[in-house]
Design a protein around this ligand. Sequence first.
Ligand code: E4P
Length: 227
Amino acid sequence: MKYFLDSAKLDEIREAYHTFGIDGVTTNPKHIMNSGKPFLTAIHDIADWIREEGLEGKEVFPVSVEIDPYIEKADEMVEAARKISAISDNFVIKIPCTPDGIAAARALENEGIRTNVTLVFTTSQAILPAKNGSLFVSPFIGWKEANGEDGKQYIADIVQIYKNYGFYGKTQIICAAVRTGRQIADCAIAGADIVTAGMAVYKDAMTHPYTRQGIENFRNAWDNTAK
Ligand code: E4P
């Protein structure tokens, strides 16, 4: 399972890539806002960094960039997506899962612009983007679970549907808004292709209090070993 960093902060992206080998990035308007930069500056800076690192290509290091959330009509989404896509070969265009969004994603895929259909909250929403060949679909497990819903079963159901119809591995499932290590593991058990989360979530998922306690126990033994 691939790990994407959910962030538009270049220092975080750089750290996550060099330290933990993350496989790609997802951004959204909230992450752009948190970067403290204007939208175009933030995404151009990411595109420049990709070139500096020699990571060009969506297959190497995809970066999902969301279009203006005020755009509602399919043709206007396509227009906005074309402009963003021209900035970097790595950019995958995030399109909201609405009827217009699904139509726009279909049109974009037909002209070779790869899409990430986002804000997906039901299994049925996940089907058409796959039929239409979107590169990614992003079910939001964290928001579902915050709402008391079963995120693990939700992802497992999408995986099963994709396997039933030959979409599995073609339209890759990005489990989005992942908040905990347990959710990361649940997504992996369910067979998701990718998780996306913030750096703090990944670091939390790498730690356990017993690991720290074990280090202390072994230090104690080390100090009391016969000299
Ligand atoms: C995923 O692609 C989204 O950017 C992200 O996970 C959205 O959720 P959040 O901003 O609530 O974390």
